[in-house]
Design a protein around this ligand. Sequence first.
Ligand SMILES: [Ca+2]
Ligand SMILES: [Ca+2]
Length: 182
Amino acid sequence: MLNHAQVVKIRRLFLLYDSDRDGRLTRGDYELAVARFQAHIGAADTSPRVLRMRELLVGRCWAANAVMDGDGDGMISVDEFVTAHERLLAAVDAEQQLRDRAAVLFEVIDEAGRGEMSLADYLAAFSAWGAPEESVRRSFRVIDSDGSGRVTRDEFEEHSIAYFRTDDLNGPGAAFFPHPSP
Ligand SMILES: [Ca+2]
Ligand SMILES: [Ca+2]
C-alpha cells in the first residue's frame, strides 16, 4: 500500500512528465520534451546533443514507461501510473529498480557525460518538461545538500529513492523532482 504522501508525489511526477499537460502520458510528451530541450540549448535537429537526448528520452525513458500502459491503449493514465509505481515499490528488487530508473534520469540530466551535474544541467533538463525555473532551482538546492554546486550520481540516487519511499511531503526527498507548477 502506498501512503498518502507517496500518492501525492507520484501524481505530481505524472504532471511533470505530461509535457503537454493533457492528463495522459504518451510518446508525444517525450517528443515534446526533446523539442523543448533543443530550443533551450539552441541546437539544430542533427546536433549530437539533440540526437542523444532523443535516444535517452524517447528511446529509453518512454520505452521503459510504456509497460505502465496497463490497458494497452497507447497512453498512460494517472491511475495506470500510480498503480505501476505501487507495483514497483512492492517488488522484492524495488531498491534496484529505483536505482536503475534514477541512473537513466541522471544520464538525461548529465547529457554531457561528466559524471556529475550542475544547476545549468538541471535547468536544461527540467525546462524540457516545462517545470518553472524557481521550482527547479529549489530542487537543485535540496539535492546539492553540501552546497558545492555539483551533484554526484550517488547523491542523486539517494534523493531519488527518498522521493518514492518517504511519507513526508515536506522532507528533502519530496523536493527531488521539481514541482510542475509555480
Ligand atoms: Ca500528455
Ligand atoms: Ca492506458
